[in-house]
Design a protein around this ligand. Structure first.
Ligand code: PLP
Length: 436
């Protein structure tokens, strides 16, 4: 064998092992915390998405766009709490609203003065949402939306899409034994004909079609307008409820991707940034569906929930929509995201490494391939390459998700974008041989 030819698998693995050693040496306090946590939480973890090898960084504090870990390293945060941290770590308007809410005392056991304003602001942004109800997470919002559809139609099945993620118990990336045991019909994302055919085949049983207008967790794969409109009209034709999961994507325009594509879902679900960093979810839509929850109606549906209107989330969430996330800011922020994606793709072309940046606006996926991606099956896992890139960017002071996911916060400055690109260029140049 010619000794000068590098075996790419060995090359990446060797580079990754070296990066992991360097990471361990640089982060002894995070490692110590991880080992201690593993004694009382499985794998030291209480949120699966936060685990990565060899162990995750533990943070001591955050400020604006910066995070500081237990070993004192500062990072520019390009993860943005998986899109929930849209407003950064300490926006003055959010901090003031949260502090005022705390100062007014907590846990009233009655309505507070923030929830109606929060609901008004949300309904005002989303014309399809006549009425809304708050919950505590995106998962809960989707569970409630599906339950609403099943209650209304009296049907059992829900249609989901391969790679779709609607929560910890509603995950359709392969079989998940912890999913809610609803009978599901699984379609292929962006497949118009196949999806319409499936809806038609199950028209008598189908309570709802639920879809992310861009597959988020699966890698920032945008749905085409044709696909999403086909699902909307196919659902209407079959008498099924069309649920648009905008837990992530509602931040991509003032009125979410439904505004961008001109969609009118029967129900929309929200979460993530909506609570301005506090636990939050919401489901809302057509009055005819949501009015079933009016407690003054006899025979209405019940939806209790101790923390549905917790004062902290209601106050901070309302302040976010009122003072931070104005329509102008929403458009400008997503234009900035599009510009960063273009610059990333230009860098990738220049680097000679097969990479591409996908997504829309301020949500970006990075993938080790140039081939087009329209469904989850198109994605190259590239596990070792993703890990190497992730650890090498961390070593340079930039934090994002191992899977190559970026969610830009409003706290990021143009110089942060420049710095991120320069660090990435450096990583690609140092590791060109093994990443190419
Ligand atoms: N729906 C989508 C599209 C999501 O991306 C997520 C979370 O990543 C959820 C639902 C679940 O939200 P939560 O983690 O708040 O339960």
């Amino acid at each position: 064998m010619n000794p000068t030819v590098t075996n790419p698998a060995t090359g990446v693995q060797a580079a990754l092992s070296a990066a992991e050693d360097q990471y361990r040496n640089a982060n002894p306090t995070s490692l110590e915390r991880h080992v201690r946590a593993a004694a009382s939480m499985p794998g030291g973890n209480t949120r699966t998405a936060l685990h990565y090898s060899p162990f995750p960084l533990t943070f001591s504090h955050g400020d604006a766009q910066h995070l500081v870990d237990l070993d004192g390293h500062e990072y520019v945060d390009f993860l943005g709490e998986y899109s929930a941290g849209l407003y950064g770590h300490s926006h003055p308007a959010i901090m003031a609203a949260a502090r005022a809410a705390l100062d007014a005392g907590i846990a009233y056991g009655g309505p507070n003065r923030h929830e109606a304003e929060f609901a008004e602001l949300l309904c005002g942004r989303f014309p399809s949402v006549d009425l809304v109800r708050f919950v505590n997470s995106g998962t809960e919002a989707n569970l409630m939306a599906i339950a609403t559809a099943r209650a209304r139609t009296g049907r059992s099945h829900i249609m989901v899409f391969d790679g779709g993620y609607h929560g910890g118990v509603l995950s359709y990336r392969g079989a998940s034994p912890v999913n809610v045991p609803y009978p599901v019909v699984i379609g292929t994302y962006n497949d118009v004909e196949g999806s319409l055919e499936l809806i038609d085949r199950h028209r008598d049983d189908l309570a709802a079609v639920i879809v992310e207008p861009m597959l988020g967790g699966a890698g920032a794969i945008p749905g085409t307008a044709e696909f999403l409109h086909a699902l909307q009209s196919g659902s209407a034709d079959a008498g099924a409820v069309f649920i648009l999961d905008e837990v992530m994507t509602s931040r991509l325009a003032p009125g979410g991707l439904q505004e961008v594509h001109g969609l009118t879902p029967d129900l929309t679900t929200f979460g993530k940034y909506l609570g301005a960093g506090f636990g939050c979810g919401a489901f809302g839509g057509a009055r005819s569906l949501m009015a079933m929850y009016d407690p003054s109606r006899s025979g209405g549906l019940s939806h209790p929930g101790t923390f549905n209107n917790n004062t902290l989330t209601m106050a901070a969430g309302a302040a976010g929509l009122r003072e931070v996330w104005t329509p102008e800011v929403a458009y400008e922020h997503n234009r900035n995201g599009d510009r960063l994606r273009d610059r990333l793709n230009a860098l990738f072309m220049k680097s000679g490494v097969a990479l591409q940046a996908t997504g829309i606006g301020s949500l970006i996926g990075i993938h080790f391939q140039r081939t087009p991606i329209s469904t989850v099956a198109d994605i190259e896992p590239a596990v070792a390459k993703r890990a190497l890139l992730h650890l090498e960017m961390i070593a340079r002071g930039y934090y994002f998700a191992r899977r190559g996911y970026l969610a830009l916060s409003v706290a990021l400055e143009p110089s942060d974008h420049d710095g991120f690109l320069a660090a990435l260029e450096d990583v690609l140049s140092v590791h060109r041989e093994v990443l190419a």
